[in-house]
Design a protein around this ligand. Structure first.
Ligand SMILES: [Zn+2]
Length: 80
Protein backbone atom coordinates (compact mmCIF):
# COMPACT_ATOMS: atom_id res chain seq x y z
CA UNK A 1 0.00 0.00 0.00
CA UNK A 2 1.42 3.36 -0.97
CA UNK A 3 1.05 6.35 1.26
CA UNK A 4 -1.24 9.04 -0.12
CA UNK A 5 0.85 12.13 -0.90
CA UNK A 6 -0.11 15.58 0.37
CA UNK A 7 -0.88 16.53 -3.24
CA UNK A 8 -3.24 13.59 -3.75
CA UNK A 9 -4.86 14.26 -0.41
CA UNK A 10 -5.40 17.93 -1.23
CA UNK A 11 -7.09 17.00 -4.50
CA UNK A 12 -9.28 14.51 -2.70
CA UNK A 13 -10.30 17.11 -0.11
CA UNK A 14 -11.60 19.29 -2.94
CA UNK A 15 -13.46 16.43 -4.61
CA UNK A 16 -15.04 15.47 -1.30
CA UNK A 17 -16.21 19.02 -0.68
CA UNK A 18 -14.11 19.49 2.44
CA UNK A 19 -12.95 23.01 1.66
CA UNK A 20 -15.06 26.07 2.41
CA UNK A 21 -14.02 29.65 1.73
CA UNK A 22 -14.66 31.80 4.79
CA UNK A 23 -13.31 35.10 3.61
CA UNK A 24 -11.86 36.45 0.44
CA UNK A 25 -10.78 39.89 -0.61
CA UNK A 26 -7.91 41.51 -2.43
CA UNK A 27 -6.64 43.33 0.63
CA UNK A 28 -6.56 40.54 3.18
CA UNK A 29 -6.27 37.48 1.01
CA UNK A 30 -8.20 34.25 1.42
CA UNK A 31 -9.22 32.18 4.44
CA UNK A 32 -10.57 28.67 4.03
CA UNK A 33 -11.73 26.02 6.46
CA UNK A 34 -10.68 22.50 5.50
CA UNK A 35 -12.02 19.40 7.18
CA UNK A 36 -9.22 16.84 7.49
CA UNK A 37 -9.44 13.05 7.70
CA UNK A 38 -9.61 13.22 11.50
CA UNK A 39 -12.79 15.35 11.20
CA UNK A 40 -11.02 18.35 12.67
CA UNK A 41 -11.36 21.58 10.74
CA UNK A 42 -8.21 23.52 9.98
CA UNK A 43 -7.78 27.08 8.87
CA UNK A 44 -5.74 27.43 5.70
CA UNK A 45 -5.01 30.88 4.38
CA UNK A 46 -3.04 33.12 2.11
CA UNK A 47 -2.29 36.68 3.13
CA UNK A 48 -0.47 39.25 1.03
CA UNK A 49 2.20 39.89 3.70
CA UNK A 50 2.50 36.43 5.24
CA UNK A 51 1.96 34.09 2.33
CA UNK A 52 0.54 30.60 2.85
CA UNK A 53 -0.19 29.26 6.32
CA UNK A 54 -2.26 26.57 8.02
CA UNK A 55 -2.88 25.80 11.68
CA UNK A 56 -2.70 22.02 11.31
CA UNK A 57 -0.02 19.98 13.13
CA UNK A 58 2.07 19.59 9.97
CA UNK A 59 3.41 23.14 10.48
CA UNK A 60 4.36 23.20 6.85
CA UNK A 61 3.22 25.25 3.90
CA UNK A 62 3.07 22.00 1.92
CA UNK A 63 0.27 20.33 3.88
CA UNK A 64 -2.75 18.82 2.14
CA UNK A 65 -5.00 21.67 3.28
CA UNK A 66 -2.84 24.22 1.51
CA UNK A 67 -2.51 21.97 -1.53
CA UNK A 68 -6.31 22.09 -1.78
CA UNK A 69 -6.44 25.86 -1.30
CA UNK A 70 -3.69 26.47 -3.87
CA UNK A 71 -5.62 24.47 -6.45
CA UNK A 72 -8.48 26.98 -6.33
CA UNK A 73 -6.56 30.21 -5.66
CA UNK A 74 -4.82 32.47 -8.15
CA UNK A 75 -2.20 34.67 -6.50
CA UNK A 76 -1.29 37.71 -8.56
CA UNK A 77 -2.92 39.96 -11.06
CA UNK A 78 -5.65 38.55 -13.22
CA UNK A 79 -6.15 39.86 -16.74
CA UNK A 80 -9.41 41.66 -17.15
ZN1 LIG B 1 -2.71 22.04 6.99
Amino acid sequence: MTRESAHDKGRRYLVEGRLTIRQFNRQHGVIAMVRGDNALVYRAEWQPDLGWSCNCPARSDQCAHLVALRLITVVGEVAS
